[in-house]
Design a binder for this molecule. Structure first.
Ligand SMILES: Nc1nc2c(c(=O)[nH]1)N(C=O)[C@@H](CNc1ccc(C(=O)N[C@@H](CCC(=O)O)C(=O)O)cc1)CN2
Ligand SMILES: Nc1nc2c(ncn2[C@@H]2O[C@H](COP(=O)(O)OP(=O)(O)OP(=O)(O)O)[C@@H](O)[C@H]2O)c(=O)[nH]1
Ligand SMILES: [Mg+2]
Length: 461
């Protein structure tokens, strides 16, 4: 494909010792040559590909020297975009980098849109859509583990799997087609039926396997929605502050201090948590607080993990018992706080209520028990298999949604085959499965979606 030549500053603005102005397109080298003055009469159009050259940027209209630079010349197709690429390495200052960019733009290049370099890598066929999305995930990764997921996706592991599945479906459809064309053989119908169900079941199982990784993948990307609940004044906001290692939430000895829901992002031993502090749950007369309590109940529904806080220094109340009841089907860690004060809580009863859930005792005031809590959180998340290197994670919400739809389509095909519906109906469901999987890697995807996806990138990428 042939596009105009684009340019952008590809390094963070105003930071760092070196800044790069990147050009990509047919005229990249020609445009750079207009403003580059190398040693002697060296011209960039004559240099070998993938070499770097010292020189100056000179404004051709005034003859004024603007910058001292190193310029990299990379010719198509072995480049990031598969087009000619020129990278001008400038001194870091914002002002001079901008002047170089301005000169590039007045000499024939167009300012790139966010993500446009990566978009070209996609449009020119170097990477597929899920790999391009992984580039973006990599930039945004918040933990090492999230980064590893993005890297393996960038290398095309998910794409390879999806391609394999699509190939299986395509071959199956072709096989069915052939059999329909030669109905004179008696056993054809039976054979078709058997093969169809086998292949469809295989596709469904593979999709299921991918979906099973999606929970972890998504959590690694977006954080485990972790909700702190407990009666007023037990130390919920103190807990948030301890895990964040900062005073983000207001802590006072007045019950009902937290009126609204507070959210903070923390990394607990490689597990990204989206920590949510709530207003203490109790029956209340105060209108403002009551709205807060309602919201607390709302966020409960969306939680991946519950931190249920109790007070060591008070007897269990009916409200505490109700809290256990309210989260009974969820992943919960029970925290018994204020162990620096005399014991009034019945720990036997706590253990009874907690069942299999881990119980951690803390004195947040004296910063005790926080290590144990962090340990409990990370072991809950990283139990065994999850860390296995060869696992292909699906972490992107768009991919997850498409996999769910594909699964539904293939399941319709399966029940169709089992019910003995006409083969052309089954073909429709299988084709639909094939199309939905294709959307993940961008083979069967609408242009407006592509534009929307790439516009989320940062400038210069
Ligand atoms: N200076 C600079 N650093 C950078 C980038 C860049 O564009 N410029 N990248 C940008 O994000 C990343 C590197 N990613 C890249 C990915 C592929 C190719 C590339 O040229 N691929 C070709 C040729 C490979 C080969 O030499 O065999 C290809 O796949 O065909 C280059 C960079 C990070 N660092
Ligand atoms: N002695 C003692 N006091 C604590 C401990 N943890 C928290 N506190 C105190 O308990 C009071 C309430 O703490 P918060 O963290 O505001 O409690 P909360 O559960 O967020 O309260 P609400 O927002 O009102 O629901 C504050 O005075 C804290 O300093 C602890 O381990 N020991
Ligand atoms: Mg609070």
């Amino acid at each position: 494909m042939e596009f105009d030549t684009i340019a952008a500053i590809s390094t963070p603005l105003g930071e760092g010792a070196i800044a790069i102005v990147r050009l990509s397109g047919n005229e990249a080298i020609q445009i750079a040559d207009k403003i580059f003055k190398g040693v002697g009469d060296k011209r960039l159009k004559d240099v070998p590909s993938h070499t770097i050259h010292y020189g100056h940027i000179v404004d051709p209209s005034s003859g004024q020297t603007v910058e001292e630079v190193m310029v990299t010349v990379m010719r198509a197709p072995k480049t990031f975009t598969r087009e000619d690429v020129v990278e001008i390495n400038c001194h870091g200052g914002l002002f001079s980098v901008n002047r170089v960019l301005q000169l590039v733009l007045t000499n024939g290049a167009r300012l790139a849109e966010p993500g446009e370099f990566t978009k070209r890598a996609f449009l020119n066929g170097r990477i597929d859509l899920s790999q391009a999305e992984a580039v973006m995930d990599l930039i945004r990764a918040k933990t090492d583990r999230a980064m590893n997921v993005a890297l393996s996706q960038m290398e095309g592991r998910l794409s390879k799997l999806i391609r394999g599945l699509r190939q299986t479906i395509l071959e199956t459809l072709a096989h069915v087609e052939v059999n329909i064309d030669y109905p004179e053989y008696d056993d054809v119908e039976e054979m078709t039926h058997k093969m169809l169900i086998e292949k469809a079941l295989y596709v469904r199982d593979e999709i299921n396997k991918l979906l099973q990784t999606s929970q972890q993948g998504k959590i690694l990307r977006e954080g485990l929605a972790t909700v702190i609940i407990g009666r007023p004044n037990v130390g919920k906001s103190s807990l948030l502050n301890s895990l964040v290692h900062e005073n983000k939430a207001i802590v006072t000895d007045i019950p009902g201090t937290t009126r609204d829901v507070i959210e903070e992002y923390v990394n607990v031993r490689g597990v990204p948590l989206r920590l949510i502090d709530t207003a203490g749950i109790r029956e209340t007369e105060d209108i403002v607080e009551r709205i807060g309590v309602e919201r607390s109940r709302e966020v409960l529904k969306k939680a991946d993990l519950i931190l249920l806080v109790l007070n060591y220094n008070e007897e269990l109340t009916p409200e505490d018992e109700q809290l256990f009841e309210a989260v009974k089907d969820m992943d919960v860690i029970v925290i018994v706080n204020k162990t620096d004060l005399p014991q009034k809580i019945d720990m036997g009863r706590v253990r009874e209520l907690a069942g299999n859930w881990p119980i951690v005792t803390t004195s947040l005031l004296q910063e005790k028990g926080i290590d144990e809590l962090e340990e409990a959180i990370s072991s809950l998340f990283f139990t065994g298999a999850i860390e296995a290197k060869d696992l292909t994670y699906v972490s992107n919400s768009r991919h997850i949604a498409l996999l769910h739809q594909a699964k539904q389509a293939v399941e319709e095909a399966i029940s169709g085959i089992e019910a003995g519906v006409p083969i052309d109906i089954v073909q429709i469901d299988l084709t639909r499965t094939w199309e939905l999987l294709g959307e993940i890697i961008g083979d069967t995807v609408h242009e407006s979606l592509i534009d929307q996806l790439f516009s989320q990138f940062c400038l210069g990428k």
